[in-house]
Design a protein around this ligand. Structure first.
Ligand code: MIC
Ligand code: SF4
Length: 778
């Protein structure tokens, strides 16, 4: 059972880290006494954060895919769009202050239009109400508030809060970025975060472990990005589901701390719970350079807690087969032989080495001409990244040429932006034609105004971002995003064509001579003069929180107080229509698109109008976002039909394909269906965060016992899900399909609910339980 800890503590980070190491030490040695096992890093960090109720004595105490564990995270990070719902839900719990150190980061709401400064100003004006809400709630409830312009959540967390051996949750799927600094950092839905902020333990299905054994050293054009693009090509977008990816081996220490963060960041693209590297000298160096000497000293004293037991690497280096004792799967990469990769379009696991891109373009008829090149984002905007990109820019400047296509740069944080301005990298990029956007997500999440692009016009962009689902960057499904490292994106921008390979092709200098770009020099991860200090980007919690008011205007179209969802009425779901059966990839970007909709993330009713607008209708070839309204047989948009059903008190279901809900952590993709009357989602399989979000919001999440039953669900069917009063962990559920021709078919559904998760369904949502626990503890 989860516990509520009413004790509120405000900790300085070194204090917190010292306590975490003490706890790790104690729990790990208790575990070793009971289990006598050799441990990997992720096991050490998980064991060290198990809550008081953990029992190490039973054999199935920590079995991947079987045991649910309760953990006590050390920190919570929220960003401005998912953070709104999180805070609204936290407020429903009725506490005075967050029980765990928490920060809020304003990064997703700044739209890229002209350039950084003016775009940030415009965003502050347009989103004033939301920023005021987030800032006042932060001051009141004891959270650190990072202003718009301060930077992207994951970069700011890496620079300020991440620490080796820590456990953090964040309401953003790229939270695992902090794994580059040896932290287990996991993306979650807003309600998970709100519960931890309220002092509850956090539940996780004990993950599998995938080991990535690194040898050799990156060279020439290959960069950390290529490590993860290669891993993504091997594991695919669902290969990391319910697994932690643990990197180790002699090659790990050859990658900078920020390079490691690029790799762990993009573990989200393969569905991994998170990814982590062992503590090493590169991390120490980064901690010291970012003003955290005392944490580096502490980490140095506890290296054994922050690295895997040495026996593991020894055994695996002797014989890879030994990996089965420690990992469910092992991938080996010799960094010295790694080629630069490029992935896309439309999925991050469609990878090939850059040398093969030309062939692929011909084979698939991709548009070769690049329309815009973009570098930066939370994934790739470190000092090292920008320096390597600037090195390529400098080679072009020396030859008197500029990029053939517009080049946009998004620095990950104000600290990075100010430092690369001081050290000249920005100027080099500007000299070849770059424009610098705000320190924010911008075009990575559809916050990109592209008035020059005609409606329906196909176009190719190249980016150093992490996601490339259709419609993601500019709201246009026709835009094809190919992802690569920043240095390669600069090279492609100079070539102007997707088929340009700096390894093989030449450019023409301003004097007409031909030249080849040289691979960028090894770049420092830490600036020689140190990172630049920046001010006026952070607001601390108030000293007199009682006097701070958090206001939500009743008529606002940006924020809406939440009403609890109704309890389950105790009856089976009988003869429900299928609102949508989706075919193929259905990410959270398909279920609850971002871009222009981001501004309604604090207003459940408004944002519900985007429900499934990107989903591909399995019944109607080419139909996206709409389907048949079974009440009037007209083709209408999914949110419209859902509202019609809701008006008539009719619940409905969604049928999903493989890895349904992949991608982001946004719980809106679960809340909006719930709000509009979705009773259940039945899919071939789910992505981890989305499945939990559905469960938490009280929507039943089922998978087909036989995945081929997906094809039995017909457009005009009515569906009954029966025996709900007897729902039990690991017990399948019966579902009857009533076809229009009078036939009935029975199929079997599976689920992964444990007993306490079933309570969420019965109570109407997990929040309803939190709320009633708080009421009784008052
Ligand atoms: C994303 O990269 O998709 C986002 C936007 O950062 C999301 C969070 C969101 O939808 O707000 C994520 O990764 O979780
Ligand atoms: Fe922002 Fe893009 Fe990073 Fe998500 S992936 S946090 S949208 S920069």
């Amino acid at each position: 059972m989860s516990t509520i800890t009413p004790k509120i503590e405000v900790e300085t980070t070194p204090n917190l880290v010292a306590k975490v190491y003490e706890k790790l030490q104690h729990k790990i040695s208790t575990f070793r006494k009971a289990m006598h096992r050799t441990l990997t890093i992720c096991e050490k960090i998980l064991i060290g954060h198990l809550d008081g109720s953990a029992d190490f004595s039973s054999d199935d105490a920590l079995v991947a895919g079987k045991t649910y564990v309760l953990l006590n995270p050390d920190r919570v990070a929220l960003q401005d769009v998912t953070g709104q719902m999180t805070i609204l839900q936290f407020m429903l719990a009725g506490l005075n202050r967050t029980a765990v150190p928490t920060t809020v980061h304003c990064d997703h709401l700044i739209q890229a239009r002209i350039e950084g400064e003016s775009d940030t100003k415009a965003a502050i004006y347009e989103n004033n109400e939301v920023y005021q809400f987030l800032e006042s709630a932060s001051r009141k409830y004891g959270m650190g508030f990072w202003k718009p312009g301060a930077g992207i959540i994951h970069q700011v967390v890496l620079e300020n809060y991440a620490f080796p051996g820590g456990l953090m949750i964040g309401t953003d799927s790229h939270t695992p970025n902090a794994g580059g600094l040896g932290m287990l950092a996991i993306g979650v839905g807003g309600l998970d975060a709100a519960e931890v902020m309220a002092g509850m333990s956090w539940e996780l299905s004990y993950p599998k472990r995938i080991g990535v054994y690194l040898t050799g050293e990156l060279n020439r054009w290959a960069s950390p990005k290529d490590v993860i693009l290669f891993v993504a090509s091997k594991l695919t977008v669902s290969g990391g589901t319910n697994a932690i990816i643990e990197y180790f081996g002699p090659g790990a220490a050859a990658i900078s701390c920020t390079g490691k963060a690029t790799i762990t960041n993009m573990g989200a693209e393969i569905g991994a719970t998170c990814s982590v590297f062992p503590y090493d000298k590169r991390m120490e160096k980064y901690l010291r350079a970012t003003g955290r000497r005392s944490i580096a000293d502490l980490a140095n004293k506890h290296v054994n807690l922050l690295t895997q037991d040495p026996q593991i690497e020894k055994e695996i280096s002797e014989n890879q087969k030994n990996s089965i004792n420690y990992f469910d799967q092992l991938i080996e990469i010799d960094l010295s032989n790694l080629e630069p990769y490029i992935v896309g379009p439309h999925t991050p696991d469609l990878a090939r080495p850059i040398s093969k891109m030309g062939e692929d373009i011909k084979k698939n008829n991709y548009l070769d001409t690049i329309s815009v090149a973009l570098i930066g984002s939370c994934t790739n905007s470190s000092y090292e990244d920008m320096s390597r990109a600037a090195d390529v820019a400098e080679q072009a400047r020396e030859k008197g040429i500029k990029t053939k296509v517009p080049l946009q740069v998004t620095p990950g944080s104000e600290m990075i932006r100010a430092t690369i301005e001081r050290d000249g990298q920005i100027q080099l990029l500007k000299d070849i034609g770059a424009n610098v956007l705000a320190n924010a997500c911008g075009p990575c999440i559809g916050q990109w105004s592209r008035p020059e692009l005609k409606q329906g016009e196909s176009n190719t962009i190249v980016t150093s971002y992490n996601r490339n689902f259709p419609g993601r960057n500019d709201g246009r499904r026709e835009t094809m995003n190919f992802i690569s490292s920043p240095e390669l994106v600069i090279a492609l921008a100079l070539g102007g064509r997707l088929s340009f390979s700096p390894l093989a092709d030449e450019l023409t200098a301003s004097d007409g001579t031909k030249f080849k770009l040289k691979p960028p020099k090894i770049a420092p991860e830490i600036p020689e003069k140190g990172f630049k200090d920046v001010t006026d980007i952070y607001v601390a919690p108030a000293d007199d929180p009682v006097s701070v008011e958090v206001t939500i205007n009743k008529d606002s179209d940006r924020l809406q107080k939440l009403e609890p969802f109704p309890k389950w009425d105790g009856t089976d779901f009988e003869k429900l229509p299928i609102l949508a059966k989706v075919s193929g990839k259905c990410t959270t970007d398909h279920i609850s698109p971002a871009g222009p909709w981001l501004k309604y993330r604090g207003h459940l009713d408004k944002i519900s109008d985007n429900l499934l607008l990107g989903a591909v209708n399995a019944y109607r070839d080419g139909e996206v976002g709409s389907g048949k309204n079974t009440l009037n047989c007209k083709i209408e948009s999914f949110p419209h039909i859902a509202r019609e059903y809701k008006k008539r008190g009719l619940k409905w279901i969604i049928v999903g394909d493989n890895n349904y809900g992949e991608g982001s952590s946004r719980e809106h993709a679960a809340m909006t269906p719930r709000y509009l009357g979705c009773a259940a989602v039945i899919a071939r399989s789910f992505a981890r965060i989305h499945e939990t979000n559905l469960k938490k919001q009280g929507v039943l999440a089922f998978t087909f016992a036989d995945p081929s039953d997906y094809s039995k669900m017909l457009e005009d069917d009515r569906i009954s899900i029966i025996g709900l009063n007897n729902l039990k962990p690991r017990k399948s559920v019966n579902c009857i399909l009533y076809h229009v021709d009078g036939r009935e078919e029975e199929i079997s559904l599976r689920h992964s609910y444990n007993e306490s998760q079933l309570e969420w369904f019965r109570a109407g949502s997990a929040l309803n339980i939190l709320h009633s626990m708080e009421q009784t503890s008052l």
